[in-house]
Ligand binder design. Structure first.
Ligand SMILES: Cc1cc2nc3c(=O)[nH]c(=O)nc-3n(C[C@H](O)[C@H](O)[C@H](O)COP(=O)(O)O)c2cc1C
Length: 195
């Protein structure tokens, strides 16, 4: 089998982004709830997401810098408040999750676009997504910055303080390349265009 070798040293970030997201898949989705300092509730999905260890329970996701090298609301809120909730997404939530991925200003909430229900957390101020089959209340451990400008990584490392999970079975959808997803519960492949 002959492989094509890509060099990243002379590649625009958008091309590198497309390559990485085509080969690192399926990616589970962290549906992240945060609060701004002024109390605006923010909700957004992130598929650059992983568990990293369990002593203590540790997770990581990356809200990359957006166009103009600006921080996304989720990153700013977590730096400002030190708290967030990672909610899982199953097939019934796919469209509502996708609707929250629009770029709204920091003073606008995505919750009403999703149709989902905020439910108070036990230890942190951002609410959980009641419809999610699993919800993790997290405290910020560290933000690691790698690179500058559009699509540069900002690794948010968090400690999971509480896990709320439905006992009666569990499934999540995961991101493939572009608009494509797979449902881990059924194996269904489906696509949803970004809003
Ligand atoms: C399924 C899915 C996965 C996404 N994964 C990421 C990601 O890993 N990192 C990222 O920066 N943006 C990701 N996005 C885009 C963000 O959700 C989008 O930029 C959102 O507006 C950020 O919201 P915020 O500015 O309120 O934090 C993803 C979008 C979708 C639909």
């Amino acid at each position: 089998v002959s492989l094509v070798t890509h060099r990243f040293d002379e590649m625009p970030p958008a091309a590198a982004y497309a390559l990485l997201t085509q080969v690192i898949q399926p990616r589970p989705i962290a549906f992240v709830s945060t609060l701004s300092l002024s109390g605006v509730q923010n909700l957004a999905p992130f598929s650059f997401f992983m568990a990293g260890g369990s002593n203590p329970p540790s997770i990581c996701f990356s809200p990359v810098l957006s166009g103009g090298g600006l921080e996304k609301d989720t990153l700013r809120n977590i730096r400002d408040t030190g708290e967030f909730v990672v909610n899982t997404v199953d097939r019934t939530m796919a469209e509502g999750m996708n609707a929250t991925s629009v770029a709204l200003g920091p003073h606008e909430s995505e919750w009403h676009l999703s149709g989902f229900t905020p439910e108070p957390s036990e230890l942190v101020r951002p609410p959980r997504v009641a419809e999610s089959l699993a919800q993790m209340e997290c405290r910020l451990f560290e933000i690691v910055s790698h690179g500058e400008g559009h699509t540069a990584a900002r690794y948010v490392i968090g400690e999971v303080l509480r896990l709320h999970v439905r006992p009666e079975g569990f499934g999540t959808i995961a991101r493939m390349g572009g608009p494509d997803y797979i449902d881990s519960a059924t194996g269904e492949h489906f696509s949803i265009a970004r809003p």
